[in-house]
Design a protein around this ligand. Structure first.
Ligand code: GMT
Length: 372
């Protein structure tokens, strides 16, 4: 098949999934055409079956805002005709599905549009009435729609009032990158003592990630047992997080590492990952951690309980309940047998439920059904 892919190319779970899917499809012999504003950040190796078509936005003095969405639709239509695409798979209803539908109308060659919903388009933009109608249009007019969790599919149908069937296809990880390994030297490099347990949080530090809850949970854990907290990522809540760490006198225990590329190296020295978000359609970072054998604690929101099996591969707590999060963390950090048991179960769960091969097959079957 010839497949076009559009996603946000910068750091983010949706960009990672779109790019890794493109790479897997190419390894399986399909021809992949990325149509994006920039080279997707995970597209780090040359592959003879992967092509990149950059969307260029010219700045015309008459326009107050550069018309990116129209430039994207126009590029999509050009590539559909030029490359004779079978499928155009877009990640995010807004603006990508809308642009793809427009491109499908403009192009002469027949193409099927697949839209994958990742969360923010529904849970944030869906609240706005103007966007709600536009999102509904994007979903209803797509040839097929997928969502990364049952929870997001249900929420979309309820909030956006769509009738289009939504297939749930879970996210996956690149097993060549995320697997368990030891990295004792890395711990030393960060001046973390061998007996100190490492807790990690990775996000874009948006308000929905509730970073203060991560710090409060860590504060409670750190009072009971020697630990270090690694905070990875950057975003609007970064300086507030720094302030809170100072107020709680935790500066010697919390390492702000900013944006990092080699997340698996940091997961290799971690004992526990915390994701205490307010909204989370899936939580790809949970899967990345679990694949490396790092058990997770997540909140009872969105798709998180579909990823973590409470008491088996990690723990689920109510949003804002930092006491419960700290208690669960201490129960495993102070009992190495229990920690090992959770870690083994986490690795097994990723293999059984989120293996890239299984997910790839689901996407290929969806494409084939559309083309038949
Ligand atoms: O979480 C974000 O703010 C980034 C966003 C994205 O576009 O990558 O993440 C969404 O898609 C990911 C990949 O499917 C999911 O793992 C995240 O849970 C989802 N974020 C939210 O629902 C808030």
């Amino acid at each position: 098949m010839k497949i076009g892919i559009t996603c946000y190319p910068s750091v983010g779970g949706s960009g990672i999934i779109a790019t890794e899917l493109g790479k897997l499809l190419a390894e399986n012999g399909h021809e992949i055409h990325f149509i994006t504003s920039d080279l997707p950040f995970r597209l780090d190796k040359i592959h003879p079956k992967i092509f990149f078509h950059q969307v260029e936005v010219n700045h015309y003095p008459v326009f107050q805002y550069p018309p990116y969405d129209l430039a994207l639709a126009s590029k999509m239509a050009e590539i559909i005709d030029q490359e004779k695409l079978d499928i155009l798979h877009v990640h995010y209803a807004i603006p990508h599905a809308i642009c793809a539908i427009l491109a499908r109308d403009i192009a002469e060659h027949k193409v099927k549009v697949v839209t994958t919903l990742h969360g923010t388009d529904i849970t944030v933009l869906g609240i706005d009435d103007t966007f709600k109608k536009m999102i509904r249009y994007g979903i209803e007019k797509s040839d097929a729609v997928t969502s990364v969790s049952e929870s997001l599919a249900k929420q979309t149908q309820e909030m956006i009032e769509t009738v289009k069937p939504i297939s749930v296809i879970y996210n996956f990880v690149n097993e060549k990158e995320y697997y368990p390994y030891e990295a004792p030297l890395m711990k030393q490099q960060f001046n973390i003592k061998p007996e100190e347990k490492v807790i990690i949080h990775i996000s874009n530090f948006r308000k929905v990630k509730r970073v203060p809850d991560i710090i409060q949970t860590f504060y409670k854990i750190n009072k009971q047992t020697p630990t270090k907290l690694l905070l990875i990522g950057d975003g609007p809540e970064y300086s507030n997080a720094k302030k809170l760490v100072k107020e709680l006198n935790l500066e010697d225990h919390v390492l702000f590492l900013g944006k990092q590329n080699n997340i698996s190296d940091l997961l290799a020295i971690s004992d526990l990952l915390l994701l205490l978000s307010e909204k989370e359609s899936f939580g790809l970072v949970l899967l990345e951690a679990m694949a490396c054998g790092v058990p997770c604690i997540g909140t009872d929101v969105g798709g998180i309980p579909e990823v973590i099996v409470h008491g088996e591969t990690g723990f689920i707590v109510d949003k804002g309940d930092t006491d419960a999060a700290a208690a669960h963390a201490l129960s495993m950090l102070t009992d190495s047998d229990y920690q090992k048991q959770l870690s083994v179960a986490a690795i097994r769960s990723v293999k059984e439920r989120f293996q890239s091969e299984i997910i790839l097959e689901q996407y290929i079957n969806l494409y084939k059904d559309l083309l038949n």
